[in-house]
Write a protein that binds this ligand. Sequence first.
Ligand code: IVH
Length: 699
Amino acid sequence: MTEAPPIDAIADETAYAEAVQLAADAAAAYYGDGTSSLDDDAYDRLVRGIAAYEKAHPDHVLEASPTGKVAGVVGDVPHTVPMLSLDNVFGPEELAGWTASLERRLGRPVTAWSVEPKLDGLAIAARYRDGRLVQLVTRGDGSAGEDVSHAIGTIVGLPGRLADPVTVELRGEVMMTARQFEEACAKRQAHDGTTFANPRSAAAGTLRAQDRPYVCELTFFGYGALPLPDDTSDLATRLREWPHSRVMDWVAGQGVQTTAGTAVAGIVATSVEQVQQRVEEIAAARPELPFGIDGIVIKADDAADQAQAGFGSRAPRWAIAYKLPAVQKITKLLGVEWNTGRTGVIAPRAVLEPVELDGSVVTYATLHNPSDIKRRGLMLGDSVVVYKAGDVIPRVESPVVHLRTGDEQPIVFPEVCPTCGGEIDASQERWRCVRGRTCRAIASIRYAVGRDQLDVEGLADNRIQQMLDAGLIADFGDLFFLTREQLLGLERMGEVSTGNLLTAIDRARTRPLSRVFCALGVRGTGRSMSRRIARHFGSMEAIRAADAEEFQKVDGIGPEKAPVIVAELAELSDLVDKLVRAGVNMVEPGVAAVAGDEGGTTTAAPGGDEPGALPLTGMTVVVTGAMSGQLAALSRNQMNELVEQAGGRASSSVSAKTSLVVAGENAGSKRAKAESLGVRIVSPEEFAEMVAQLLPGRR
Ligand code: IVH
C-alpha cells in the first residue's frame, strides 16, 4: 500500500498570509451570516497547513492566524484611534430599521447620509508626516496592527507625497483590481506554478510579502482621514468638523485615490429613499466594476451627528454595512465534461459540488478553454473558486492550492471530438472539431428548425438523422429543396406526413429575417441579438454587406463580438446563398434596410404609425412567470418579439435599468427583485392593453 501523500505544504510567507486570510474570511462568514465559503473538512485542512508553517516559522505568526499562537513580533504598532469594524444589515427593511434607530438615538433627523461602496480588501492606515508617506499599518486586532511599510511604492492610488505638507493618517482599503489580480496570478504561475485563490486573499498575501522575487501591484481607495489626537492645527480642526463627504473631497484633492470618479462614487443623500436608491445603483453596477465590493457603507455625513451617535465596542453607531450576497465561493471540482457546440467548438464545462451563490445553486460552471485550464493549473478534486456576477454563467476562477490533499487527479483532455470522434483542431485557444458545423449537423439543423427560429413543425431528431443518413440534406438549407419523391422514399414516410412536412417547410420560407438569421446559429448571437441585428439592418443583403464597424452600431455588439460575427457570416456564405436560392424571406417586416450612404434605419410601426410612437419605445422590459389572457399562448421568445415590435428592448434579467416587468403567475425571484428595486410591474393582461395595437384582432 502506498502512503497517502502529504497535504500541500505552504510554500512561503505570501502563501501563508494568503492562507490565513482565507481562513479568517471563512470564519468571519461562518460566524457572521452562517454562509462559510469552506466546508469543515477544508477549513480543518487549511488550519493544519497554517499550523505546520507556523511550527517551522514561529517568528512569523500572524495576528489573524486561526491557530491562536501569535508571537510578539507582529501587530505591534498601536493605532492612534482604534480601527473598528461595521455592523451589518441585509436588506431594505433592516436598513430602514437602522436609520430609524439612529434618528431615535439622536432625537432628530440625520442631517445627511453618505453612501459609498464597501470595498472588498484589507483595511490599512497610511501615515503621512509633513506630506510624506512614512508608515503603513494593517488593521490587526483593531487596536494594534502590523507594520507593512515595505509595500510603500507598490500601491496605486497611495502617493508617496501629498499635495500639501500635512501630517495626517489616511484610512482606506488595499485591494487588487481585476487586472492586477490577473497579472499577479500570471506572475505567481510563472514563479511556482500556482495562482492566488481570490483578489482579497491575494492582496493580503502581497501586502505582507517581503522577500518575493516578483512584485505585484496593489490598489488603494481612501475612505477616511484622521488628524493625530493631539494635533491642534487648522487642518486638524477642519478634518474633525467637516462632514465626511467634505473630508473625502479633501483626500482626493491631496492626490489620493477615492471612489470618486468610479461608477460607484460616494454620494450624499438627504432621505432614506435616496439612500436606498443609491444602494440599488451600486448593487446593479457591481458586476461591471473592475474591483470587488461586498456591500455598501452608509454613514451619517455630519461630524456633529457622528459625535453624538458615538461608538459601540466593536463598531461606530453612525455607520452600517449593507451586505450584498456573495458572488464568489469555494467548492469542489468533481469533473470536467467536454461538449461540441453547434459551431464545432469543443468546450469544457466544470461539474461542481453544488454551492449556493448569489441566490441560486450552482452545479456547472464554464471553464473557458483548454489553455485556460492549463494556465490555472486546475486538477480534478481541487477546491476551486467559483464566481458569478449578475446573470452571467458562473465560471471557475482558480484552484485553492493550500487545500489540496494530494488526491487530486489531472484533468483529461479529449484526443478526439467528443461528438463525432473526428480530429480536433487545437491550433487556437478554443479547440474545434475539424468538421466544424457539420460535426453537429443534427444539432445545428435541430436548432434552425426549432420553435423560436424557422419553426418547422413535425421535424423530429430521428427524421433529421434519417435524411442526413440518406444523404438528402447536409444542412438546413437543403430542407427547402426536398422533393415529394425523396421524402416518400424514406422509411415510415407516408403521403400524409410528407404533405404535412412539405407544407411546414414552405411556411418556414416566410419567417421574418430575425428568425432566419437566428437559424444560422452565428456564434454570439441568440434570439434577442438576432432580432436587434434584423431590426438594425432590415435585410440579409445589408447584414452581409456590413463590416465590423457597422455591426458595432447594434446595441450589445462591441469590438470583440463584431469581427466574430463578420467571420462567421463569411463561413456561412454558401448556406445563406442556398437559402436565397430557395426563396427564403430575407427581410424584416416593417424595417427599411440600412441604406449605404445614410446609414440609419427607420423603424416603421405596424399600422403606419410614426416611428417613435410605439408603446414601449426606449423601455427595457423583462417578462417572467406564466402568461395569461390574450398572451397565454405566447412562448417566452414570442413575448420578447412582441416587446421588440413595440419598440422596447427585451431583457432576461432585472436590474436598475429595467423599465417594466411583466409578471405572470408564479413569477419568482425576478418579481421580487423588481419590487426591491421599485421597477414598475404589470400583469400579462395590463401588458396586453399596453401593446394592444400590435396584437392580432386589435381593437
Ligand atoms: S468606514 C469606523 N468605509 O469594512 C468606520 N469601511 O467591516 C469603519 N470598508 O474595516 C470604516 N469599505 O476595512 C468604511 N467605504 C468604506 C469601506 C470600509 C470597506 C471596510 C473596512 C472596515 C470594514 C468593516
